[in-house]
Design a binder for this molecule. Structure first.
Ligand code: FAD
Ligand code: SF4
Length: 517
């Protein structure tokens, strides 16, 4: 051991092989420390595929570093030396390795940021933080951009990012290519039955059973199912690239058209399934954007500009934007409950056991694959929880646990903000609620459902319908002045008092029987 010895902590979502830490030649004095801990498996009940995915990716990453000749200390969950907490583990590790300092990459979660900041007081060595070199904006970019403004606007941020990185811009660097910034309105088609959905690419098999057995031994409580023979999530940068290439070759062309479509035919449709690889940093967002632009080839591929813009907006725009909001608004953000909602999350969110076809599909595939696409998360499960008045803490915990890609910095602004409007309009300008009308328009679920999408009253009336009016009615004071909503109240006021009463009685019945829907 040389005199200077640095412990470098690598968290489970910091698997960026191109980080400058790893570019330098191997250095005897650097120890890379990676730890599986109960503090991380147990802060919320996670989907089993999520825990397995993280541990597999971490183990592959440690092997990759070792193969490069780097010193790695990898602590498995069941290692007898494991004290299961950052400070406790790092204390003995620093001592055992004779470390003279500790470095870590800035975490993306507020919870971990606090834990790691405290290390400076808990460890006998100096502690320093470096950037993860992953995101395309800084933690504070959104806060600074909107300083003194009444509202955050994704579009303003997105345009600034387009200019900053000269993506889809005219040569002057000021105007968007072809004169338009945003093609969102064109990306909203229903899935026709004749359109074939490509199967997802198969990846190398993984020692899933081994990790599941270890989780059982360590009594980690998980949700959802796992197939030990077939793990569909990428756990190496190479596998992430396979998924990316598959997306660009087989899915991108139809991504825009069917981005908002709902169907029981397939859990993934034309979505990229890249969120896990991006959020663990196996894949860099700029790589995704550049490869997308290469495939598009300025229109040469026959893929429309609307499609390419729509996909890039998700990564350059939404992903970076919600992260900026998270850092601008935490920790208060995690306590917001604009509507003072307090209902419990119905049990069927954990089992999929409901007669509502749209909910059964969205929850069922979440339990099976740790995945649902954006519109399912927003307009099906999120919409229903909001209409029912579920406490945002319970909604957050469900989303944070069940999805393979769920890390708080991205989960919370999407769930508590965009989906539950618990932030009163920080992320979105109005609550995303709908009756069965929207779900019927965008998909094939209603035709297969026990409930009737057109009915509002009666035992077979779609629960979304009366809950929708009940939601607007009970939050009139908070919503009526919103210029994007006022019209709904005019429709409500035009209904006869008997109709309104019936709708509210139906909603009350649904709310008190929410466990048996
Ligand atoms: P695609 O549809 O192929 O989109 C491409 C990429 O764009 C995604 O991989 C993702 O990185 C990015 N993206 C798209 N929309 C968003 C968005 N609103 N916010 C941030 N990034 C976005 N995403 C997460 O990564 N983790 C979460 O925990 C998460 N929770 C969500 C909760 C709710 C209630 C909602 C409405 C959305 C949530 N999202 C979350 C955003 C989005 O639904 C997922 O990123 C997406 O479904 C992942 O699947 P995909 O990779 O196939 O995405
Ligand atoms: Fe969902 Fe209602 Fe349609 Fe059934 S009828 S699928 S519950 S929207």
């Amino acid at each position: 051991m040389s005199k200077e010895s640095v412990v470098r902590l690598v968290l489970g979502d910091q698997l960026n092989p191109n980080h400058s830490w790893f570019a330098a030649p191997s250095n005897e004095a650097h120890w890379y420390v990676m730890m599986e801990q109960l503090s991380e498996t147990n802060y919320v009940r996670h989907h089993v595929q999520k825990v397995v995915g993280f541990f597999l990716a971490m183990r592959h990453f440690a092997e990759h570093l070792q193969a490069q000749g780097k010193n790695v200390l990898y602590l498995q969950l069941d290692d007898p030396r494991n004290r299961q907490q950052f400070a406790d583990n790092l204390s003995w590790i620093v001592q055992e390795l004779g470390a003279t300092s500790l470095e870590y990459q800035l975490p993306d979660e507020y919870r971990l940021d606090q834990i790691l900041k405290r290390l400076a007081d808990q460890l006998p060595v100096p502690v320093a933080a470096v950037d993860t070199e992953h995101f395309l904006s800084e933690r504070q970019t959104v806060k600074e951009l909107f300083k003194g403004k009444k509202q955050y606007l994704m579009e303003t941020f997105y345009r600034a990012m387009r200019k900053k990185y000269a993506i889809l811009m005219e040569p002057d660097g000021k105007n968007p290519l072809s004169g338009r910034w945003n093609y969102d309105a064109e990306n909203r088609k229903k899935m026709p039955e004749h359109v074939a959905i490509p199967p997802i690419s198969e990846l190398d098999s993984q020692p899933v059973g081994e990790i599941v057995a270890m989780l059982e031994k360590m009594e980690v409580q998980t949700i959802g199912a796992i197939d030990p023979q077939r793990f569909i999530w990428p756990v190496t940068p190479q596998a992430a690239e396979i998924i990316l290439d598959d997306f660009l070759r087989h899915r991108l062309r139809s991504f825009g058209d069917f981005q908002d479509a709902l169907t029981s035919r397939d859990p993934f449709l034309f979505h990229s399934r890249l969120s896990f690889a991006l959020n663990t940093k196996l894949l860099h967002p700029m790589k995704v954007i550049q490869k997308t632009l290469e495939v598009w080839d300025n229109g040469g591929s026959g893929i429309s500009l609307a499609t390419v813009e729509g996909f890039i907006r998700q990564i350059l725009g939404w992903r970076e934007f919600v992260r900026g909001i998270y850092w601008a608004e935490m920790p208060e953000y995690g306590t917001l409950n604009f509507f003072a909602h307090g209902a419990a999350l119905p049990d069927f969110y954990w089992t999929g056991n409901t007669r509502m076809a749209c909910m059964k599909q969205a929850i069922g595939q979440s339990l099976d694959h740790a995945y649902a696409h954006h519109i399912q998360r927003l307009m099906v499960t999120g919409n229903f929880a909001l209409l029912l008045g579920v406490h945002p803490d319970a909604v957050d915990a469900w989303y944070l646990g069940i999805y393979i890609d769920a890390l708080e910095w991205v989960e919370m602004p999407n769930t508590r903000g965009m989906s539950q409007f618990a932030d009163g309009g920080i992320v979105g300008t109005k609550p995303y609620v709908s009756s069965a009308n929207y779900i019927h328009k965008m998909g094939d679920h209603c035709s297969q459902c026990y409930y009737q999408h057109k009915e509002k009253i009666g035992p077979k009336a779609c629960p979304f319908n009366s809950l929708y009016w009940d939601f607007y009615h009970r939050h009139r004071e908070k919503l009526e002045k919103n210029p994007r909503i006022g019209m709904m109240y005019r429709v409500w006021d035009k209904m006869s008092p008997e109709d309104r009463e019936q709708l509210l009685a139906q909603a009350a019945h649904i709310k008190s029987n929410s466990e048996s829907l």
